[in-house]
Structure formats: C-alpha cells, structure tokens
Design a protein around this ligand. Sequence first.
Ligand SMILES: [Zn+2]
Ligand SMILES: [Zn+2]
Length: 484
Amino acid sequence: MEDMHIHLKKGVTDISIMQKYVEKCKEMKLNKVLFLDHGNRMSPKHTPVLNKPKVINKFFENIKIVKENNPDIEINAGIESDFSYDEKFKNKECKIIKSYPFDYVIGSVHGMEKADYMNYLQANIDMIETYPINIIGHLKLRKDYEQYKEKIEEIVKLATEKNLMFDINTSDRSRWNIQQLEYMLNLFKKYGTKYTLGSDAHNIDEIGYHMKEEYIKINKILNRAERDIEYTVVSRGTEKAGSKGYIGITKIENDKRLLVLSKHFDKYIDTYKDSFEIPSQYTIENIAISRFELMGAITIKPILDIIQDNILIIGLGNVGFTTMLYLLENKYKNISIKTNKAEIYQIKAIDKLNKEYNSNIKFVDNYNSDYDTYIEATGSSKVIENIVETAQNLSKIILLGVPREEKYLINPLDINRKNLIFVGGHELNGHSIEQRKRIFEELLKINSKKDFKSFVNVYYAKKGIIEKILDYKENFIEVIKYDL
Ligand SMILES: [Zn+2]
Ligand SMILES: [Zn+2]
C-alpha cells in the first residue's frame, strides 16, 4: 500500500518528527510514501513551507538520512505546488520545482472549486499545460459533476498525454464517492491513465487514512466484483430533500449483513462510517422497520416514564409510523394520528395494529389541547407552531421531524407560560454509535417476533423506480432489492 500525499509540516526540517512519520507509515503497513509540503501559497491565510532554499535543503538532507535508516520502505521527496494565473507567483514556484530533485511534484488548484466550477476545471487544464508537475492533486468532483463530464474527460485525456498521474485523494475533504470513483477509474482505463493514492495527511494521525478501504473499493470496481449492497431503503423525507438514499444493506457474508450509508444503485460500500452489523437471521422487513424505529426510540426511550398514554403523532411517514410501533410495543394504546389525508393503506394498517395490540389508534383532523404528548414527525414549522399554540400546560413536545425550512417561529411566551417540555431528537446528534447500536439490536430482537410484511414494500431495482416510489405512495416503508 502506498500513501503518496503526506504533509510533513514541522517534520520538513525536524528530523525526529520525520522519523516518527516514517514509523507511523510502517505501522499503517505502507511500503511506498511521498513526503511533501506546500511551496508558496496563493492565499495569505496559508503559510508557505517549502519556499526558501534553507528549508528545502534541510528537507532533502533529512530525507536522505531517513531513507538510509529505513531501507524497508520507499520514501520519496515531493512538493505540492499551488496553481496560479499570477505570472510572478507562477515563475517563482516553477523555479523552485526545477531547482531541486523532487521525486514527485503535485500540482493543485486550491480554493477555486467553490466559486465557479467550470473555471476551476479550466484552471486544472491550464496547470497541466504550464506547470512542470507529475501528479494532479485532489481534483475536486462536485455533487453535480455529471454536468461537467466533457471537461473532466478533457482533463484526463490531456493529463495522460503529458504523462501526468492523478492523486486519488482519500481525505474527507477531497475523497470521491463511489460513483465518482467508478467514473474516474473508467476514464483512467479508457485513456491508460496512471494514478497515485494519497491521504493528504496534515498531521501524523491522518497518515494512511481511509487507504485500505480505498484499495478495496478500487479493486472491486476494476475487477467488476459482485455487488456488496443487496437492498437500499427509501427514506421519503431524505429523498425529497435531494439526497439519493442513504441506507444500504449488504448481502449476507460470514453470517451477517452490514447496514451502511449508501446511495441507491451503489454496488459497493462507500464508507463504513455509522455502519451497523446485523446477524443474518433478521428479515429485510425487520431491518428496515427497526432502522427507522431507532430514530424515534432513541429520543423517546429515556423519557418513557413521563409520557402518559394520550399522544398525538403528527405525520405518518417512516418516522411517524415506526415511532407509533415503538409506543405500541411500550404499552401505549391511546394514540391519535394527524396526517394530511389518511390513505386507504394507512387506515388498513391502523386497523390491523389496533386488533393486534388491542389499542385505540385513531385519525384526527384537528389539533387540540387534550393530549399529554405531541410527537412532531414532519419537520414543518407550521406544525410546530400549531402544537405550541394548542398544547396545554406541561405538555411534552417531541420533535422528530428534520427541520428543512429556514424560519421557525415559536412564541417564547407560550413556552414560558405553559411550561412546555421540548425534547429534540436527531439520532446522529448526542448519541454515541455504541448507544445507537445497542438500541438498534434491541429493536431487531423485539421486531423479530412480529410480522411486518404488510408494512414494507420491496421493489426490484430498475430505472426510474425511485421516482415512481416517491410519486405513488404505496406503503409505509419501501425497500429496493438489487439482483446479485
Ligand atoms: Zn492541496
Ligand atoms: Zn495536500
């Protein structure tokens, strides 16, 4: 494994730091590394490192020593040069590059991608044409990169003609997602382009960051390996807010599945961040229900003692519905539901649950002050406003919907005079991964005794399926299955 983008900072001139970096590289099982730092910087906010002969000479002296002392690892000396259209800056920088025996020179366009992406891409082309570099540093791909495919292809083609390589950057700032990685690797294959992998570490702990995972992903893509992800779960709220899913469920391997962050139609795992392990015995229906139920459960569990059996849930999407299941499971029976319009499938589902739990769930049209607890599962500011207005003294208001609007108006007098209790609950904030895993496992166990088939729809993956699901609301929770 290599890491061809490691910033040394003080380690440039301090040999004891440099030696520590080498040890860390070995610890991370790297056998080829590129130590470097920035030359002159375009932005006055950044400090230049390799820009004076005294510093650069010392850097090469130290590199020579650590190379001699560590023959078991290939250590290269490099520089990351800022691209600039400023002739004076450019000449100064190119002079540094040409005056020293750098093994590799990374050229990077910094800070331009945010303003005008087309200009940023053009700057990369101009850099390829005019800078004496070997590697193009962290080419940033925006979310909407597909609109710029022609320009990106032009960059790859030109770079390859000039015998330049691409830095596949694994830092959180510049890492390509799985679709982008697949797209770029296909281009590299088409043109015969070479690439390096680099963590862009700016401190010792970041050396080799995400490198193993990146190698695995690259290998899978290049070898057209079987897909990892067998199902993705559709989250209506998230999808409508512009994201293309986020819950993926892998195929069973070694008697377990993984629940990972993943977009629809992703073949391979993009990141293991926030992933859960799921024993193979649990059904997809159970996993999908439990995953959504976790969002409500994690907020409500600690306050179950103070919630009385007289609850209004507003919104019957995935979160509202699974929170209701959680309440039923915890012996609550008097639950009212307010939703825009109760659909037939929803009425049927509630009938079924009322029989099963001997409960009294009913649809209501209006807000009123009869409830002990209000559960907001829409994220709408209007709903919150209505609740606050109508709730009586000492009511509990649990906010589970993700707010997606800009302005929220809650009158502090209402809260002050009525002594309302607000509980906010976003699963990812304030709850450790261990805590979330523990509750998720509890839910899986409880739900394995239930038959949730009628609450979960499984669709086979095909073109346009997401749009169709979002258009025709057919069930509470939708899952897309990919043929393996
Ligand atoms: Zn950079
Ligand atoms: Zn860098």
